[in-house]
Ligand binder design. Sequence first.
Ligand SMILES: [Zn+2]
Ligand SMILES: [Zn+2]
Length: 591
Amino acid sequence: MGAPLRIEPVGGLGQMGHHHMVVDNGPDSFLVDCGILFPPPSDPGIDRILPSFEPALQRAKEGRLRGLLLTHGHLDHLGAVPDLLAALPGLPVYATPWTMTLLRRRFDRDAPKGSAPLERRLVHPGETITVGETELTWLRVTHSLPEACSLAMRGPGGTVVHSGDFRMQVDPLLGPPTDAAGLKAIGDGGVDLALVDSTSGAKPGRTLPERDVVARLTEVAEKATGAVIVTTFSSHVERMLGCLQVARATGRRFAIYGRSAEETARAAIEAGLLPVRSGELLSIDAIEETPKSKLLVLVTGSQGEWRAPLARIARGEDSRLTLGKGDMVIWSARVIPGGERTVGGLVNRFAEAGVTVVPPWGEGSHGLHTSGHGHSDEVGEWLDLVQPRFVLPIHGEPWHLIQHQSALARRVGPERLLSLRTGQTLELDVSTDVVTHGEAKTTQQWVAYGGAVFPARDPALSTRRKAGQSGAATVVVPWRDGRVAGTPVVHALGLVAVVETSSLERRLGLTMHRKLSLWDPIDDEGEASEKARLTLRSIVRREVGSKPPCLARLLHLDGMVSYAELDAHQPDGTRDGANGNPTSEGQDPPE
Ligand SMILES: [Zn+2]
Ligand SMILES: [Zn+2]
């Protein structure tokens, strides 16, 4: 037997998001998924958190990286691919057509200008291909978007099956059910290791079928006399079809409102994934001419995203839809933890306007949404088909993984159960069944709006956080022959009300001048500018009472500038497990 099977999770085992894993199988290395983690609200101006690309770059340097394999199209599984490909141009990406469609859209949004074209390798569910010495099979599972797959990798190091995100819907509303026969065939061939989705694996029983959600939505919508608005995740094509069926059942016209959901619907209809009769989907421009009592609109922005249509409608700022008495807003989505206040704000606005609201909590919300992640009976069914010799829970925060670990221990026995976190590695020698654990060096990367990338723990992140909390101050000190040579110019950003800012800046400048004039000449300009920075910090603190990040520059009267850096902040440590709100319309939460 050759090299063992080696598993290195780079993200997603201990955090809900940025799923990314290296699987070394004999001479072949593969990356499975490459997603983003949504930043917590405490990280101002950060768009997305990426996994480290170091392990991938290292495999590429060794000449053994064969490609990136995608299980499905949610952003926590493919949102970081454009960034990865900027670091590894030309890396082949293997995905099903729908996943590739979603990746293309992400690529258009995030890929840096001049990026190499996507090296697309389309595979179809049920198809087996050989890459290097490894046979790869994508096996259809049900989830909360089309063409989600489990992934089997049979190579010289052994056979490993990655579950992807899945549930086992028996009779889905849309698309075929999980490919049980395919999974069983792989299982019958012998599976050494299964990596299994833990997100809801510890919950008892099974998830509510999508058909039950449609029935419940219909029951609730029937009570409305005016317009019915349903809000859900923009990638959830099956729920779109569900809403269309509710519209049919209640004699309403159906429309979709929100750029990302409209794009998804258009592409899904084109791909034959969303069965809509001709003329059945009402254009958003036509909703104003339709009587409200004949209208059901799927609207994006279920997490309260400021720019999304739902929030605009709630604020009364939408040009197409104004809601009032008789109208109804139904949440057919869960709230991402941490987003309750934002969503609560919308619920209150609608309620004040006389709209009947069914919020995503409380008894009324029951049955209006269902998860795409299987509960324990469904995980059990998947494992019965795959019949692995060893099982490793993946995907989820520590709580999910630990809970799932104990549920699985009862099912498969502790001797077959492995445990791993991001930053650790696991090797399985399938000829001896010896399992070896190791550590790997993995870290995260933060990406700001606009595209600047910060390595995790970079002091700039802490400066950004502090500036977000308390503003910032800068000073430019005119300088000649080691002395202050004029009144320093202070800028105060967000320290006091705008009308008071100029007079504060003038006062601070004069105080700086008085203090700096008392100094003996300083030849070392680094020392001088650092001293100026500390002086600014102390007078700002006295004047305003806060401690914002401060910055000082010496401006030589011959035109040269000397630089002193910002406060050398200590790193804040990792922010693993942080799971905040999606930050803009069109970004689905981790699923
Ligand atoms: Zn996921
Ligand atoms: Zn997913």
